[in-house]
Design a protein around this ligand. Structure first.
Ligand SMILES: Cc1ncc(COP(=O)(O)O)c(C=O)c1O
Ligand SMILES: N[C@@H](CCCC[NH3+])C(=O)O
Length: 462
């Protein structure tokens, strides 16, 4: 077991004594945002702001967003994927401030709901640089997007083909669309976040012929400009083989469209889904390596089919915002629970939980954690960070080595919570959703405020 070995495979005989207090105090840089560090006294600093000072003002739980890190990751994708349009997938996390950062860094923006579109438009993102997803966009929502001049509508069903065509004809506004296809790929990720196998709700199946039929109908629709095919195989993916199989099948469809309908669609979107490190067991790729791999895959497949390489786009969400944010909690109670074999597990209850991070409960996701306010010389114990909700599955971090003296009042920080943390947060048990605080150059700024009791009562009409 290495110094930073994950406790994820704990079986009851894990040699926790091989971990030293220094290991437990240390930050593993690969899991943290660029400006995060700990000093000798164990104080976590992000963006030049000491986290204990920050939360003394804004309280916990709180999401802390490292602006420099976010912008660097956005730029890294933009610069590595030269010649591509890089859409930041706003479903991972979106607010008006972040939408502005995205635009400032020269990225496009992927939205997948009317609400996300509202945020993008409020932030004055150029509508032409917005891609609009969704398997069930209502006619009113489509109309709003088309009239606003949204750059790409990603059409997902035959009902939507008709709706888009009708709105474009009626309003006289040209609708620029892509067709979301499912390539029949079993992506190596959790079942709930894989999206290219046949038996799920997104897109048109290539193998059944539906994708071809959708293309056919859209090419015939007046005032609709079909720009290309779109394939997103899933999320938190490390292995490029899924992209390779998908690209081959999507380009086979592109070749069929050329052969039977006499046109080569000018664009192709490869989707997002690039994995990040939640624990030391994860070994993510870099934007540069991903760009090289994906470009080589597409060029190779295009050569095989005798196709021109289309203008390409991607949609990373998690790989940009995921590592940029951490969540800071305060410990409320600590409980030793005896396991089989004379081992104990230390349950560390914090002041948030599944309402601010549903991913552990929903996808069995792994996270890591560290004390954020002090160093400890105590030996490590096998800890589990749990929330305060009325569910035994209310787990934030399933396994982590924590110092044996972890105690009420300690601050715990969980890295890698930027993607699908705040964006999937809920009010379960009437929890108030935490704020997002952007930190940079020693300054902090609340960019999403904490919910208040008034927010709860606002919808309670009793
Ligand atoms: C169509 C589409 N594009 C992009 C993404 C972003 O995925 P990720 O955040 O894993 O990059 C998703 C989510 O899985 C998606 O459904
Ligand atoms: N919400 C998922 C991924 C997004 C799925 C979007 N198609 C997660 O937290 O991993």
């Amino acid at each position: 077991m290495s110094a930073h070995a994950s406790p994820g495979s704990f079986t009851g005989t894990s040699p926790v004594w091989l971990k030293t207090p220094d290991d437990v105090n240390a930050l593993v840089p690969a899991l943290w945002s660029a400006t995060a560090s700990k000093d000798a006294s164990g104080v976590l600093t992000v963006g030049g702001v000491a986290v204990p000072d920050l939360v003394a003002n804004i309280n916990t739980p709180a999401y802390v967003l490292d602006e420099v890190d976010f912008r660097e990751r956005a730029r890294a994708f933009r610069d590595a994927f030269t010649g591509y349009d890089v859409y930041y997938a706003g479903k991972a996390f979106l607010c008006t401030e972040v939408a502005r950062w995205v635009a400032q860094e020269g990225l496009f923006l992927d939205v997948c709901s009317d609400g996300e579109l509202s945020v993008a438009l409020r932030a004055e993102v150029d509508p032409a640089k917005i891609g609009y997803h969704g398997n069930n966009k209502a006619p009113m929502e489509l109309r709003r997007a088309i009239v606003a001049g949204v750059g790409r509508i990603i059409v997902d069903s035959f009902a939507e083909v008709e709706r888009v065509a009708a709105i474009a004809a009626e309003t006289g506004v040209v609708a620029r669309v892509m067709v979301r296809v499912t390539a029949g790929v079993e992506a190596h990720t959790h079942e709930y976040i894989a999206t290219a196998h046949e038996d799920q709700k997104f897109g048109f199946s290539i193998s059944s012929g539906d994708a071809f039929e959708a293309v056919h109908r859209l090419l015939d629709a007046p005032n609709v400009e079909l720009r290309g095919l779109h394939s997103h195989i899933g999320s938190q993916i490390f292995d490029s083989s899924g992209f390779e199989v998908a690209a081959r099948r999507v380009l086979a469809l592109q070749a069929r469209i050329r052969d039977e309908l006499g046109t080569e669609l000018p664009e192709m979107d490869l989707g997002g889904g690039f994995g990040i490190a939640y624990t030391t067991q994860d070994d993510p790729s870099t934007p540069k390596a991903l760009a090289e791999e994906l470009t080589a895959i597409v060029e190779h497949e295009c050569r095989g089919f005798g196709l021109a390489v289309p203008h390409l786009s991607i949609e990373p969400g998690r790989a940009i915002v995921g590592p940029s944010m951490c969540t800071v909690y305060t410990v409320g109670t600590v409980k030793e629970v005896a396991l089989d074999g004379g081992i104990t597990r230390t349950y560390v209850s914090v002041d948030g939980g599944m309402s601010d991070n549903i991913r552990t409960a929903l996808y069995d996701a792994d996270y890591s954690a560290t004390l954020a306010g002090r160093a400890s010389s105590a030996g490590p114990v096998l800890g589990r960070v749990v929330g305060k909700h009325c569910e035994s599955g209310d787990i934030v971090v399933k396994h982590e080595f924590l110092p044996a003296d972890v105690a009420p009042g300690d601050l715990i920080a969980v890295p890698g919570t930027g993607a699908y943390g705040r964006s999937m947060a809920s009010n379960y048990n009437h929890a108030l959703r935490p704020p997002v605080v952007a930190v940079r150059d020693g300054e902090s700024r609340v960019i999403v405020r904490r919910e208040t009791e008034d927010d709860l009562f606002a919808t309670d009409m009793g």
